[in-house]
Every structure is written in structure tokens, then in C-alpha cells.
Write a protein that binds this ligand. Structure first.
Ligand code: XIL
Length: 342
């Protein structure tokens, strides 16, 4: 069977609701599907070029999100040049394998090109933001299931972060971004994403909730929230506070996604620290699986070899369920078990 027929065969089997013909029976991804959990991973373009990695991703995950590819600086480094090829590859890969695709992210204060960071004028900023969102979401209409429309808009004390968008447009940049996104692809789920927003009762988490409630209250089209959950193994998970967060967003009619999960260890790694890390991963996945309104668990990469952690947090590492050689750590097996437990 040539590649095209293999793919078509696999797709039609997926459409018929069985993964058997794709060689996926018993895979972690099949278990996630059965548990109705979105089990995703952040990927880089190279991941979908290497045959081994492609197979690995398709066997283990049912959603991919570009770790960097869709960020403004990479997708549109100059105003006139759009680097579509990497995004297209990811979207094609997802589609060929029956995997959902997530977009990340339009509004952010990092990884922007100079012509964005240098914006000064309100109308120009609003026009550029609108054009960016409309262009991407029109191109991939119906093919990207959900988007982080805006990312990390709050400071730790809960005030709005001082970004180019706040400075030029004012706080209603969020209204503009979400309304534009809804218009560009009415079928896509629209998400506001942030970190340190997981535990109800903490300043930033409460402010994040109030912000989202206010957006909903004035009719801004938002469907879900992302809790990044870049956690540290040394701080045990507070499951109760996390469940409260899920419940209050559920009450607003919004879903909650664990959107960028990794659990970093302060080096050196010890068996004790790994056990603490495993407890966090297991606790999180258990909550994602069992809480109504949750059900989305996305790893921020899979192998320690390519994790962003060592570069971003000096002295920390070993944050992902696969080691530097790409071998699964025991925690990945327990995650697979959690997905298959009724
Ligand atoms: C990180 C990537 O993982 C790195 O490769 C990149 O150099 C910087 O950005 N929150 C986010 C992600 O929303 O986009 C960030 O990703 C990690 C923190």
C-alpha cells in the first residue's frame, strides 16, 4: 500500500470510529480517546518530518499545538512575509492522523517582531491585530479546533500586563481579538491562556476569573480558559483549589484546559523528587479525566531533550515524561493507566 492509500485507509477507519486499522489499538492515544480526554503535546516542525517521531506522536496523542511555530515572530517575521510552510506541515500532519490541532497564540508580549513591539498608534495596532487573526483563522478555518487567542495578559497581582496591546489599544484589545476570532472561524473554540491562574483563592487566579467573567458578561465570545501549569515537583498539587477553579469556570459555561503541562525538578534528580513529580502528573491527569468541564491535558513537549525548561529556569530540568533519549519514564506508564481506568 502506498502512503496515500495508507492514510486514506487510516482516516476512513478513524471516521468509522475504530483505531484498529491504524495499528493504534491499546495505544495511549486510543485510551485517551476512549476516556474522552484530549491528551495533547506541543510540537516543533521537525517532529512531523521525522518518521519515527511522527509515529510516536500519532500513537500517543490526540491533539498537537505548535510550541512556537504560530507565534507572531515566527509566522510573520516581517509585515509582508508569512512563513506558512511550517504551520501547514503541522496542520496537514494533524489532519492525516485524525489528531486535533490547537493554535497558539495571537496576543502575547513575547516572541513578537519589531514592527509589532514598536506599534504606537491605536488604529494601526487594532488593524494589525485584526488582520493577523483573520488571516490565520481564515486560512485554517475548520482545520484548527481551538486557539489561545490571548496569552499571559495579567501580572502576578492581577492587574493587566503592560504590553504593546494595552498601551496602544487599551484593555478592550481583548474584546477586539476574541470578536475578530469568532468572526474569522465561528467553529473554533476560543481560549484565554495564562499561568499561575490554577488555584482559586490566589490573587492572580481570582483576578483571571474576574476578568473572564467580565468578558463573558459583556458578550465577548470566549469558550474556554487555559491553565498552563508549568509546575515544580517540590510543591505538591493542591487538587481542591484546582477543582474549585474548574468548577467556577464550568459555572460560567466555559471549559478548562490544562494547556502547557510540565513539572520541573530542581537538579540533581533524585528518586524522591521523581516520585513527587509523578504524583503531580498523576493528580493532574486524574482531575482532567474526572472533572466535568476539564478533560484537556496538553504536555509542553514530550522529551527532556527539547524541553524549554533548562533554558528558562536555571538549575531545573527533567520536566517531561520522556527522558533525553526519548525513553518513557515510569510516570508515562502510570499516565497511560490513569487514562484507561474507568
Ligand atoms: C516557550 C517555548 O517553549 C520556547 O521554546 C520559547 O523559546 C519560548 O516560549 N508560556 C507560553 C509558551 O505560553 O508559549 C512558552 O513557550 C512557555 C511559557
Amino acid at each position: 500500500m502506498n502512503k496515500t492509500y495508507a492514510i486514506i485507509g487510516c482516516l476512513s477507519i478513524l471516521a468509522a470510529g475504530s483505531l484498529a486499522g491504524c495499528g493504534l489499538t491499546g495505544s495511549v492515544r486510543a485510551r485517551a480517546d476512549a476516556a474522552k480526554v484530549t491528551f495533547g503535546v506541543a510540537v516543533q516542525p521537525g517532529d512531523v518530518l521525522d518518521p519515527g517521531t511522527k509515529k510516536f506522536i500519532a500513537r500517543n496523542f490526540n491533539l498537537i499545538v505548535p510550541e512556537n511555530t504560530m507565534k507572531w515572530k515566527l509566522l510573520r517575521p516581517t509585515k509582508a512575509f508569512w512563513n506558512w510552510s511550517d504551520m501547514d506541515k503541522l496542520v496537514d500532519f494533524a489532519e492525516e492522523n485524525g489528531i486535533a490541532m490547537k493554535g497558539h497564540t495571537f496576543v502575547w508580549h513575547q516572541q513578537n517582531p519589531p514592527y509589532v513591539d514598536g506599534l504606537k498608534n491605536r488604529d494601526e495596532a487594532a488593524a494589525l491585530l485584526t488582520e493577523q487573526i483573520t488571516t490565520v483563522m481564515t486560512r485554517y478555518r475548520g482545520r484548527i479546533r481551538e486557539y489561545d487567542v490571548a496569552n499571559e495578559v495579567l501580572n502576578e497581582d492581577g492587574s493587566m500586563r503592560n504590553t504593546v496591546w494595552l498601551r496602544t489599544i487599551g484593555p478592550e484589545y481583548l474584546d477586539i481579538a476574541f470578536r475578530t476570532a469568532r468572526e474569522a472561524d465561528p467553529g473554533a473554540r476560543l481560549i484565554l491562556n495564562d499561568y499561575n491562574n490554577e488555584y482559586a483563592g490566589q490573587a492572580k487566579a481570582d483576578a483571571f476569573y474576574e476578568l473572564v467573567k467580565a468578558l463573558k458578561g459583556r458578550g465577548v465570545p470566549i469558550d474556554g480558559v487555559g491553565l498552563q501549569l508549568h509546575l515544580m515537583a517540590k510543591y505538591p498539587l493542591n487538587g481542591d483549589a484546582l477543582k474549585k477553579t474548574i468548577a467556577r469556570f464550568r459555572d460560567l459555561g466555559l471549559f478548562v484546559s490544562f494547556s502547557e503541562v510540565d513539572v520541573r525538578i530542581e537538579l540533581p534528580v533524585t528518586a524522591e523528587k521523581e516520585a513527587a513529580q509523578a504524583a503531580i502528573y498523576e493528580g493532574l491527569l486524574g482531575i482532567a479525566k474526572s472533572e466535568a468541564g476539564a478533560g484537556n491535558f496538553v504536555l509542553w513537549g514530550y522529551t527532556d531533550a527539547k524541553s524549554w525548561i533548562p533554558a528558562a529556569f536555571a538549575g531545573y530540568g527533567s520536566a517531561l515524561p520522556f527522558d533525553r533519549e526519548g525513553k518513557p519514564k515510569p510516570v508515562f506508564k502510570s499516565m497511560g493507566k490513569i487514562l484507561s481506568t474507568r
